[in-house]
Design a protein. Structure first.
Ligand code: HEC
Ligand code: HEC
Length: 332
């Protein structure tokens, strides 16, 4: 996983350095953009438009009738898979226009190439993972709840699980804090539940490891979640904020992404006979059914009610749900 990311970054650097050459050489044969690493809209394309175009092409000030301030406005000026036909690309190369855009200085060749490859790859709303900083002393065993291997970060990997499985209304939330345990933040967990470095002397780990907690009528944590808590405590129980490992450049699968989004954010309240509102989200069939009827997407965007209560999934995770839905909801 991390190796893959390194390769991706490497390929991007190489692309940046050698693409001008390749383009010059291949101009007549056409460029096979599909074999290239997908260009990331959120980290590589949007910043160009926001920095170089949005001053004159904002929502309120759309010079020439064009806006370039968010994905939808930019997308409306491109022809997916065909940069040469795209008005945005014509404008930055000066083809068919009297004035090259931006008027105050052309984009660099590298920027124009990135935009071209992005459009030729379909102008997708791709989001890319940012690199994950390795915390000192990390290298634990087992899987992590986010499926990213050995690095476990409290904010990204542990807190969402604790909030949805322990810090809930009537249990270990701020108001109730049953048995004196408030499990809603790093500080509160560190007060009396965690002994950094010693998972087996930490109530937080021992209670979930032997399935004492959550109580019997609730969904227990799964093995990956328990392992994550173990590794996190073992490695010093730091308040790590890792960059997101979520990305939408590849195929989104049920096994790798969708089931994890559900188990980390939803399953604790939506499984078995205990399922809130009778909404089940603990199997392929139930997730598919609730995506098809629109209720998951509405709930995670807070259109009906906000799910998970008191939190939210990331934009990237939302996008993964939309992409998996759009690609036919395979049990892959
Ligand atoms: C300094 C202000 C400014 C910036 C920055 C700027 N534009 Fe423009 N743009 C204009 C103006 C003014 C017009 C209207 C020109 C006209 O109508 O002749 C325009 C028109 C356009 C048009 C329509 C052209 C046509 O002939 O209808 C497109 C497309 C466009 N800009 C794209 C871009 C893109 C893409 C960027 C960033 C890479 C950009 N612009 C940056 C000022 C700007
Ligand atoms: C802490 C417990 C909890 C978690 C975690 C949780 N839910 Fe819920 N969910 C509820 C409760 C309680 C209701 C019923 C709310 C009501 O009827 O007022 C509900 C209702 C729903 C409904 C029905 C909405 C409707 O309009 O009737 C959907 C869909 C839903 N949740 C989806 C999700 C999804 C998706 C997630 C994860 C991203 C999630 N929930 C996480 C407790 C939770």
């Amino acid at each position: 996983m991390k190796g893959g990311k390194t390769v991706q970054i490497f390929v991007h650097v190489i692309l940046g350095l050698t693409l001008p050459l390749i383009l010059v050489q291949c101009r007549h044969e056409g460029l096979n953009v599909n074999t290239m690493t997908p260009v990331c809209y959120n980290t590589e394309i949007e910043p160009i438009f926001l920095n170089k175009c949005a001053t004159c092409h904002s929502q309120s000030k759309s010079k020439g009738g064009f806006g370039f301030y968010d994905y939808n406005s930019i997308f409306s000026s491109v022809t997916p898979y065909d940069a040469q036909k795209s008005i945005a690309y014509k404008a930055i190369t000066g083809k068919g226009f009297t004035q090259l855009m931006p008027p105050d200085g052309a984009l660099s060749e590298n920027e124009r190439i990135l935009i071209r490859v992005w459009i030729d790859q379909g102008a997708k709303n791709t989001m890319c993972a940012t690199t994950t900083p390795v915390l000192p002393g990390n290298g634990g065993k087992g899987g992590s709840s986010s499926g990213t291997g050995d690095v476990v970060c409290f904010q990204r990997d542990i807190l969402p699980v604790l909030l949805s499985s322990c810090g809930t209304t009537g249990c270990h939330d701020q108001t109730t804090h049953r048995d004196g345990y408030n499990i809603t933040s790093y500080a509160s967990v560190m007060t009396n539940l965690v002994k950094a470095g010693s998972p087996n002397s930490s109530r937080l780990y021992t209670a979930v490891a032997n399935n004492n907690m959550p109580p019997n009528s609730y969904t227990k944590l799964n093995t990956a979640q328990k392992d994550s808590i173990y590794n996190w405590i073992k490695n010093g129980a730091q308040n790590g904020t890792c960059a997101s490992s979520c990305d939408t450049t590849g195929v989104v699968t049920y096994q790798k992404q969708i089931s994890l989004i559900m188990s980390n954010n939803c399953v604790s309240c939506h499984s078995g006979s205990n399922a809130n509102k009778g909404v089940l989200l603990d199997s392929y069939a139930s997730v598919k059914a609730n995506l098809d009827n629109g209720s998951i997407l509405k709930a995670v965007q807070g259109i009906t009610l906000q799910m998970p209560p008191g939190g939210h999934i990331t934009d990237c995770e939302l996008r993964q749900l939309e992409l998996w839905k759009a690609s036919g909801e395979l049990q892959n």
